[in-house]
Design a protein around this ligand. Structure first.
Ligand code: ME8
Length: 525
């Protein structure tokens, strides 16, 4: 199927398990998705950004039981008090939030499954083997490590359970060849390269058919033709990317039109531990149903604590508010994408975050904004002087926008942010070299002084737009303090492709000195 109608940039995060509150690992993916989708919106593209929660399966059932409440009560409570409020607090502009206990999901999952059964992709079988409830995954011997005579999951460090059940199976093995062909034709369908190589070697190692139902518990979506079984939680969860946008609905219905508009997804952002689900099982499910596979699955690295993956089960999760209470939301959004190459593991450290906050955000960016607005107030009565032009700054801005756009649309957030912050440094250097405070001492220098102030203000106009996807609140404050809200219009309406056109901040814009964008930290954390 081709999709010449598709015109929307469609991006998803994993839907997270609601066995507890989000930690900064979940926030890392969700912020990355938010930055990328905001960037694409700012390029003038139509965008659909989906996140949500994975609410079925044994892991959730057990955490609800431990809390002494029903699974539905448990997930409702966590979604309302933790997941949605956390994303709101981090300024995540998702277009939809799917929960796998919603009717729109469960009904479409059942219809999809029935379709696969009817077309001969599902058969009855018996499963016997190790299962990790932490991963909700049927494990291969090679996934396990031996500890004190026990087989443990290498991700959760917990003993696996042996499952022996009569289940329904999906003929996953039939899709090995089509998947190998898919990745050889579309190498960008799985990134970074290390992730693609892992998927290719997994595919070549001999893939088994997959048990897609469970019969020993009931917290899940009933298999439509065998209601003693519930759909395997991963089969249920992966489908969220399609059920949320109208999977299987009539073409002329609202759901059908949405699906035609967004399918296939442009990017599924995932952590590297769930790569195989997304780059093997999921596209095979779609192929079986005659639907297009996602254009890209991008597996990013882990945030580590003490050299290990930060996780809920190991109680090493840092919750976002521990960081945002001290550094603010925008610094949080900035830091992880700036400090860690996307696709690589990285350790979080308070020291590194404090150092970058102070040098890059408070000194380079925040100070530039407050120096400039203070000088325009002092030397120009708060009014932007006549439009001037600096060849070197204008040329650097042009190449910065190009580099940043290329990097960010290729998910190299670090490279994109670095180029923007280098421009910011250069503007600081420009101010230092031109010494407007010296020029201001002699009225004969008025034209030169005005030009320096204009060029700096215009550079900040560009920086506000460049940083808007990453730090929406601070860039909005800067935008308003430059008077640009009044004289140009909303910052969200500024297009990436037009940032480098020099001279957009009009003469006469009313500048006001705002509160410091990144105040000095009181004490180190
Ligand atoms: O796997 N570093 O949900 P989950 C970086 N429900 N990212 C991290 C991280 C860390 N230390 N810890 C978590 C599930 N993440 C399934 C997904 S999708 C159809 C179903 C992020 O709650 C990262 O995106 O365990 C990872 O893949 C995801 O949270 C796992 O969240």
């Amino acid at each position: 199927m081709t999709s010449n109608k598709k015109k929307v940039f469609y991006l998803t995060t994993p839907i997270y398990y609601v066995n507890s509150a989000p930690h900064i690992g979940h926030a890392y993916t969700t912020v990355a998705g938010d930055v990328l989708t905001r960037w694409h919106r700012q390029r003038g593209e139509a965008v659909w950004y989906l996140t949500g929660t994975d609410e079925h399966g044994q892991k959730i059932m057990r955490s609800a039981a431990a809390a002494g409440v029903s699974p539905q009560t448990w997930v409702d409570q966590l979604v309302d008090t933790e997941w949605k409020p956390n994303w709101e607090a981090l300024n995540i502009a998702n277009d939809d939030f799917i929960r796998t206990t919603e009717k729109r999901h469960t009904e479409r999952v059942q219809r999809f499954l029935q379709g696969l059964k009817d077309s001969g992709h599902i058969y009855a079988g018996k499963y016997e083997g190790p299962y990790c409830v932490g991963c909700e995954e049927f494990k291969l011997a090679s996934d396990l490590i031996e500890r004190a005579g026990e087989k443990v999951c290498s991700i959760h460090d917990k003993p696996v359970e042996i499952v022996k059940e009569s289940n329904w199976f999906f003929k996953l093995s039939a899709f090995v060849e089509p998947l190998l062909e898919h990745y050889s034709k579309n190498p960008s369908a799985c990134e970074p390269e290390s992730a693609r190589n892992e998927v290719l070697s997994f595919l070549k190692s001999g893939v088994q058919d997959l048990s897609i139902s469970r019969s020993s518990f009931d917290w899940g979506i009933p298999v439509p033709w065998d209601t003693d079984q519930v759909v395997y939680v991963w089969f249920d969860a992966l489908l969220n990317y399609a059920t949320a946008v109208g999977l299987g609905d009539e073409p002329e219905s609202e759901g059908g039109r949405k699906f035609a508009e967004v399918w296939p997804p442009d990017v599924h952002l995932v952590g590297k531990e769930i790569l195989r689900f997304h780059a093997v099982i999921w596209p095979a499910m779609l192929m079986a149903a005659g639907l297009e596979a996602p254009k890209k699955v991008f597996a990013h690295g882990w945030l580590l604590v003490g050299g290990e993956k930060m996780s809920k089960s190991k109680l090493t999760g840092i919750v976002p508010s521990q960081i945002t209470d001290h550094f603010g939301v925008d610094a949080f959004r900035y830091y992880f994408l700036r400090a860690i190459p996307f696709g690589t593991d990285g350790s979080f450290s308070w020291e590194d975050m404090s150092a970058r906050y102070t040098s890059e955000l408070a000194n380079d960016f925040g100070n530039l904004a407050s120096r400039l607005t203070a000088m325009i107030e002092k030397y120009c009565d708060g009014i932007v002087p006549a439009v001037a032009h600096d060849d070197a700054l204008a040329a650097l801005l042009e190449s910065t926008v190009k580099t940043a756009d290329e990097a960010i649309t290729n998910l190299d957030f670090q490279g994109g942010i670095q180029s923007i912050m280098e421009f910011c440094k250069r503007v600081n250097g420009y101010v230092t070299e031109k010494e407007p405070w010296v020029l201001a001492k002699d009225p004969a220098n008025k034209v030169a002084l005005d030009a320096v102030l204009y060029n700096t203000a215009e550079s900040l106009r560009a920086l506000a737009v460049l940083l808007h996807s990453i730090m929406p609140a601070s860039s909005q404050i800067l935008w308003e303090s430059l008077g640009a809200q009044e004289s140009i219009g909303p910052i969200s309406a500024q297009r990436i492709g037009a940032i480098a056109e020099w001279g957009q901040l009009p003469q006469g814009s009313k500048v006001t000195k705002s509160a410091s964008l990144f105040p000095r930290l009181e004490t180190s954390a």
